[in-house]
Design a protein around this ligand. Structure first.
Ligand code: M6R
Length: 366
């Protein structure tokens, strides 16, 4: 059932090109003219009344929501707030009929997310579920559903569910942007084209595993690791850090690179591994200065950048490169090396990769 792989997690990591492709099938037009969601079938009358979007989820799905906020706000110009489900319910959220609540959940059974969905409904919001399990409680309770076609995810650590959730977030942002008119036809085309190139690019990232294995073996016994990045790189840093903690039990923290000086820099001392994501061109120079800050404290920096970047290796100790894509889609590729790093670190440390201690695949208690 593991198809020749040692663990479900690594099998699922390698299934990502296929999962990403299947999630786009029949949604991204072959001629790149736009996105269709037959299950939504929205028109201007459905999208225009949305004054605010509330994204609600837990764990990895929450991290997909953070990327979703960035994409929807940029491409469809609708304000988005993102909440951890267990917080949302207890903060008297400002939700009404003009709010679209999007709940993201791989399993569709996470109790906090389900309860938050019910709360949003009670407050009058329209609801949309993004889930991987057909007929799950969350799918049944939402007004509308978009399925991620990732196939069953068995490992506790979520991998292909995350990348397919990101694909859905991107498609939804383009879809609403096209309907609202915040995106030009050219932009829609470019984004569709870039989306369709992702499966092959994800495959390319997976081919380049050897250096990552080496880093995992080299740094797998450090007790603290930091992930830094700005904008979308920060969102992916959060996910990379969760993955590492969850399965390798290494203490990892993700920091918005510009926030280091406000406290965390005190923890950066000689030999501490820092994984610096530098894929976002509009904040690239700023990220480089943050890399210099940690290098000046003798951290060991692994830089994650875009192929063709000639500068990065001058400032870091090691590099990982991923193929360049549209900046809004980069997280779908940049997370893959971080999943692999977590996986090989856990293997190096002899951890129970698919069933990490204290955790369950589906959290059906509060
Ligand atoms: O099934 P869900 O997407 O609702 O699950 C949410 C979280 O429990 C889940 O993403 C968790 O954080 C993963 N184990 C992380 O790898």
């Amino acid at each position: 059932e593991k198809g020749g792989y040692e663990h479900f997690m690594i099998k699922e990591i390698y299934e990502q090109p296929k999962a990403v492709r299947e999630t786009m099938t029949s949604r991204v037009a072959k001629d790149n003219s736009g996105i269709t969601f037959e299950e939504l079938n929205w028109t201007k009358d459905d999208v225009s009344p949305i004054k605010k979007i509330a994204i609600i989820a837990c764990g990895t799905a929450y991290h997909a929501g953070i990327v979703g906020k960035y994409l929807i706000e940029n491409l469809s110009r609708i304000p988005v707030e993102v909440d951890v489900a267990s917080e949302f319910r207890y903060r008297s959220p400002l939700i009404d009929e003009q709010t679209l609540a999007i709940v993201i959940s791989q399993s569709g059974e996470t109790l906090d997310t389900l309860a938050a969905l019910k709360e949003a409904k009670k407050l009058g919001a329209r609801t949309l579920a993004v889930t991987n399990v057909v007929g799950s409680s969350i799918a049944r309770d939402s007004d509308q559903v978009i399925y991620t076609w990732a196939g069953p995810e068995i490992a506790v650590a979520s991998t292909k569910a995350y990348t397919t959730q990101l694909v859905v977030m991107a498609m939804l942002a383009i879809y609403m942007g096209a309907i609202k008119g915040t995106l030009t036809t050219d932009k829609v085309q470019a984004l569709c084209q870039a989306l369709r190139e992702l499966p092959a690019q994800a495959y390319e990232v997976l081919e380049d595993v050897e250096p990552i294995k080496t880093f995992a073996q080299q740094y797998g016994f450090n007790e603290d690791v930091f992930f830094i990045g700005r904008s979308l790189d920060y969102a992916v840093a959060l996910e990379g850090s969760l993955k590492l903690k969850e399965i390798s039990y290494i203490h990892a923290e993700a920091y918005a690179a510009g926030e280091l000086k406000h406290g965390t820099l005190a923890l950066i001392i000689e030999g501490v591994p820092v994984i610096a994501l530098a894929t976002q061109q509009d904040v690239y120079e700023k990220t480089l200065s943050n890399i210099k800050e940690v290098k000046a404290r003798d951290a060991v920096v692994i830089g994650l950048g875009l192929k063709g970047d000639q500068q990065l290796e001058k400032y870091v100790d090691h590099t990982i490169f991923i193929p360049a894509t549209n900046k809004f889609l980069t997280p779908i590729l940049s997370v893959i090396p971080l999943q692999l790093l977590a996986y090989y670190a856990a293997v190096t440390r002899g951890c129970d990769v698919d069933k990490p201690r204290n955790l369950a695949k589906s959290v059906t208690v509060e």
